[in-house]
Design a protein around this ligand. Sequence first.
Ligand SMILES: Cc1cc2nc3c(=O)[nH]c(=O)nc-3n(C[C@H](O)[C@H](O)[C@H](O)COP(=O)(O)O)c2cc1C
Length: 313
Amino acid sequence: MLDEIKQNLTLPVIVAPMFLVSQPALVIECCKAGIVGSFPALNQRTSAGYREWLEQIQAELGEGDAPFAVNLIVHKTNPRLAADLELTVEHKVPIVITSLGAATEVVDAVHSYGGLVLHDVITTNHAQKALAAGVDGLIAVCAGAGGHAGSYNPFAFISELRAITDKPILASGCISNGASILAAQAAGADLAYMGTRFIAAQESMASDAYRSMMINSEAKDIIYTPKVSGVNANFMMPSIEAAGLDLDSTPTPTMNAEKELNSEAKAWKDVWSAGQGVGAISAVEPVADIVQNLKREYRAALDALNTSASAYL
Ligand SMILES: Cc1cc2nc3c(=O)[nH]c(=O)nc-3n(C[C@H](O)[C@H](O)[C@H](O)COP(=O)(O)O)c2cc1C
């Protein structure tokens, strides 16, 4: 199964789906560069729009390209789930990333055409439920990740997950350079799951202001709060200040996927998410260049590690 995911990969990397950031150009360039590209179905405002993006991506990708993935929010407040799942099956999307809930019906539907389901988890309890629902792999969303992050240290969390499954485990959170990709493998993960490093990519939907705030931010600028979307997530503090949001006086909203579909989703438009790995971003670059740099860093990290580790063996 891991072999299916690794088909045509030139680095062990999946670029995470990012709300209001990922679009077909980003997905296509990732897959052409040899890493898995992905997008949340909800980045299109309607299911018809979702279909258009699937068609666009499938028309551009060919035999030698890496597979692509789509993120479905499996939550009772997502009114599009049934329609989007039907389109996912119709288009035989190679990898489906499920968030919030792991439902057997979704897993069975994706398996019916030979697709794979990877599920986001922030606790071992979530992981056990997802494995019981039949998912093919787990994404360990650890502390410091962009978006809805977890709070566990990756060494602890990946070890706990490794103890309960032989299925693929992806490490997520602050993996922003080639050395960290290698570190994720050393810690027991099969693949690295990277979001923040790709927000400022030329092919993303991020605004110029979002990109320049990323270039000027470091880990100290990231705040973990449930006050924007009702679920704990990491955001750049300067964007919270610029939006005039006072975290002390703002009540925690209720998580609602439907709201993220309409204008009330302004929250994520004005308040920008990034993980603690944001310090690695110093320029707006095309995906192809980011991947080239990651490969160079990965190679250099492996060489350095071989030298330093051999002293102890
Ligand atoms: C701006 C932004 C939006 C995100 N939106 C989603 C989303 O819609 N669905 C999802 O499953 N994960 C989402 N994520 C989380 C990522 O999938 C992933 O776990 C995270 O970016 C990895 O950590 P890193 O950003 O430190 O690399 C988002 C992350 C960011 C930064």
